[in-house]
Design a protein around this ligand. Structure first.
Ligand code: SIN
Ligand code: FE
Length: 301
């Protein structure tokens, strides 16, 4: 992995050069030593003062822009203030990326904003939910039907870095594991006539968990396969990256395998980017998997 240093960009009003799209799409990380997103000091202090019990059903505190509401905050927390701060982060990152990465904003979906108040080192989570195991992202409850997961992170911690481990990108991992892990078989089966009929009925009956496209089912399986695979976790070619206090970074997290080893207090904004908006759509995981499966894996025409 190459960390692309976008050393303080004085002019954030212009689109980045074409080579940056290429690097992002190949799984590199765009990095800002100092975040271009400014939070008022009192908002940062409010976020840093949050002490969550950590027993919530939700993994993080999230803002859902389409519903304009916050989930995951402990009862008794200042939900209105949290909503306002996360909405502002959401609006600001969307404004910034619609300039810097303008080609992606055409048809993108501004997805959830998250606030991550927990110390990531030693967090007690179920295996498939663990953040400290290498994985590529897949959202079982928000299927993308082949579109891409782009995330903008900010380390709010005033003193400590957010430490990531990264390994190879999706094409290499899929080439090595998609057959062995049963991912290709699952994708083919879901994309076949029986899979399509099942999904159609499930849609009619409102059974969301069975309506995911073959692509989404395969990505979810792949996410779990990587976390379960101790040999991969131990032997993968890994790189450790420290994101210092106050920095921001952008990455396609469905492309680059990653894990967070330590760090506390981060903000993150997710964008769902149409894969057709990519400079190189052939690098999209859906295209890689379709090649391996030999058939279309989305529900779109
Ligand atoms: C993840 O997407 O796996 C977690 C990244 C982070 O919280 O830094
Ligand atoms: Fe992740």
């Amino acid at each position: 992995m190459i960390v692309v240093k976008l050393v303080p960009i004085a002019d954030t009003s212009r689109e980045l050069g074409g080579e940056f799209y290429g690097r992002l799409e190949a799984g590199d990380v765009l990095y800002f030593e100092r975040s271009p997103i400014e939070l008022p000091r009192e908002d940062t202090e409010f976020l840093l003062s949050q002490r969550q019990a950590g027993s919530s059903y939700y993994k993080n505190i999230a803002y859902r822009p389409a519903e304009d509401r916050v989930t995951g905050l402990d009862p008794g927390g200042d939900g209105e203030r949290m909503r306002r701060i996360l909405k502002s982060y959401c609006d600001q990152t969307a404004g910034l990326l619609s300039k810097l990465l303008a080609r992606y904003s055409n048809g993108w979906r501004v997805d959830f904003t998250s606030f991550r108040p927990f110390e990531e080192a030693g967090r007690a989570l179920a295996l498939h939910a663990r953040n400290d195991l290498l994985h590529v992202d897949a959202f079982p409850t928000r299927p993308t039907d082949g579109d891409r997961i782009l995330r903008f992170f900010t380390n709010l911690n005033p003193a400590r870095p957010r430490v990531w481990m990264t390994a190879e990108a999706f094409p290499e991992l899929a080439g090595r594991y998609a057959e062995e892990g049963g991912i290709v078989r699952l994708a083919r089966q879901r994309a076949g006539p029986a899979g399509r009929v099942t999904a159609k009925f499930a849609r009619a009956l409102g059974l969301r968990q069975f309506t995911a496209s073959p692509y989404d089912a395969a990505m979810h399986r792949f996410h779990n396969f990587l976390k379960e695979n101790t040999e991969f976790q131990e032997k993968a070619k890994k790189a450790r990256t420290e994101f210092p206090p106050g920095s921001s970074w952008i990455v396609f997290t469905d492309m680059l395998s990653h894990a967070v080893l330590s760090g506390q207090f981060a903000l993150e904004q997710t964008f769902i980017i149409p894969y057709r908006a990519q400079q190189r759509p052939e690098l999209a995981p859906v295209k890689i998997l379709e090649k391996l499966a030999g058939r279309p894996l989305t529900w779109r025409e």
